[in-house]
Design a protein around this ligand. Structure first.
Ligand code: AMP
Ligand code: GLY
Length: 421
């Protein structure tokens, strides 16, 4: 099977690595990919949001399956585009309406409310209902959680302790702080607990549950400072025991998949459940319509199934016949980032030491080839994933290799998993 994978992050390198292990994968293209994916297939420089360009590549290379890594093409309707133009091409990812689980917070909240899925109480407001929103804030007990409805590159959630500041934030959001993404704003109850992520792959009626993970989003040690795409992750998550997982499945995963089917929403792809454990109960913080990054860099190494077979079952609607097999070991990943990230940072720094890495897998993210050298090309540069009997043991290797790899301005968190002891 000839497979085209869209995206260019550590997630895509880990997916490419996993796809390549399948005897069913004859050839792999990654668009646009990075210096790491270039070692596993053919990188093609194109924008995954340029659907006609993706279609031209599909036609030219005789692609048999399209796997969509990031959310943006999904939210923009790549699934539907290919349904219209290449109805026989399997596309792994939800339809445009299914991708609204991530593309619109208001859609996701309303869906959860209808399906009885546990999540924070909420109200939604637009410019037309600004005054109501301002009054509503005054009835709330801080902290106040304000969320831009649409995709805002991970910056659309603001949590404030002060009611006046929350009112000001609502005004700004509704007058275009995040462009069209904040034309609608969801205000929700603050949930206090510990977060974790669960991933399902669904064919629209059945699903399989992949290894769970926990990521570390803040730039600073001790979960301080600005939010990033993710600075590290571990899987499994020690506090996610069988009892909690049963609740996640019966109260969240199953009602989500059944709810999609009930609404007639076509969904053949990953569902990422961003969850929080409050007391002993799981609640949904957010849905994503794709795998997580850096969670994929620990989930794929623990998944022992053939990923191409899982994708074929997803397309054919036979996921009920698949059984997930997980590596019993822990996997942990540490992300090396460019100095300054998630603010301004420089690109083009030469990366050295890759050949001296031992005991860890290297998943590249913001990298590219420049002649015979690999240089930095983004904020998150490299994920170092290791195995161990527990996450601490795994991290010994990742942290050691984080020192072995060098580039100017390199930064990483040395405390991944700090809250799990
Ligand atoms: P999101 O983009 O929805 O994942 O939100 C980003 C982060 O904001 C989450 O990972 C949480 O840490 C936090 N967050 C979002 N919603 C809530 C909430 N209702 N209560 C507490 N924290 C939240
Ligand atoms: N690591 C969080 C995400 O992929 O959205």
């Amino acid at each position: 099977m000839k497979i085209l994978l869209l995206g260019s992050g550590g997630r895509e390198h880990a997916l490419a690595w996993k796809l390549r292990q399948s005897p069913l994968c004859e050839a792999l293209w990654i668009a646009p990919g990075n210096a790491g994916t270039a070692e596993l297939g053919t990188n093609i420089s194109l924008d995954p949001n340029d659907f006609p360009a993706v279609a031209a590549l599909v036609q030219q290379e005789g692609i048999d399956m399209l796997v969509v890594g990031p959310e943006e093409p999904l939210v923009r309707g790549i699934y539907d585009y290919f349904q219209n133009h290449f109805p026989n091409l399997p596309v792994i990812g939800p339809s445009q309406i299914g991708a609204q689980l991530e593309g619109s917070k208001a859609f996701a909240k309303e869906f959860m409310l209808e399906m009885g899925i546990p999540t924070a109480a909420y109200r939604e407001f637009t410019a037309a209902t600004l005054e109501e929103g301002l009054d509503y804030i005054l009835t709330q007990t801080p902290p106040i959680v304000l969320k831009a409805d649409g995709l805002a590159a991970g910056k659309g959630v603001v949590i404030l302790d002060d009611l006046q500041a929350a009112q000001e934030e609502l005004r700004e959001m509704l007058s275009g702080k995040f462009g069209a993404a904040s034309a609608k704003v969801v205000i929700e109850q603050f949930l206090s607990g510990i977060e974790f992520s669960v991933f399902a792959l669904t064919d629209g009626k059945d699903y399989v549950i992949l290894p769970e993970a926990k990521d570390y989003k803040r730039i600073g040690e001790g979960d301080t400072g600005l939010n990033t795409g993710g600075m590290g992750a571990v899987s499994p998550v020690p506090f996610v025991d069988e009892v909690l997982m049963q609740k996640v499945e019966s109260k969240i995963i199953r009602p989500t998949i059944e709810g999609l089917a009930k609404r007639g929403i076509v969904y053949k792809g990953f569902v990422f459940f961003g969850l929080i454990k409050v007391g002993n109960e799981p609640y949904v913080i957010e849905y994503n319509c794709r795998m997580g990054d850096p969670e994929t860099e620990v989930v794929m190494p623990r998944l022992q199934n053939d990923l191409v077979s899982l994708f074929i079952a997803t397309e054919e609607g036979t996921l009920n016949q698949q059984k997930i097999v997980m590596d019993p070991r822990s996997a942990a990943t540490v992300i090396l980032v460019s100095g300054g990230y998630p603010g301004d940072y420089e690109k083009g720094k030469v990366i050295s030491g890759l050949e001296r890495v031992g005991g860890s897998m290297v998943f590249q993210a913001g990298t590219k080839m420049a002649g015979s050298e690999i240089i930095t090309n983004g904020g998150r540069v490299i994920a170092l994933t290791s195995y161990g009997d527990n996450f601490d043991e795994a991290l010994v290797f990742s942290n050691r290799n984080a020192e072995v790899i060098k580039f100017e301005g390199k930064y990483y968190r040395r405390d991944i998993g700090f809250d799990l002891h």
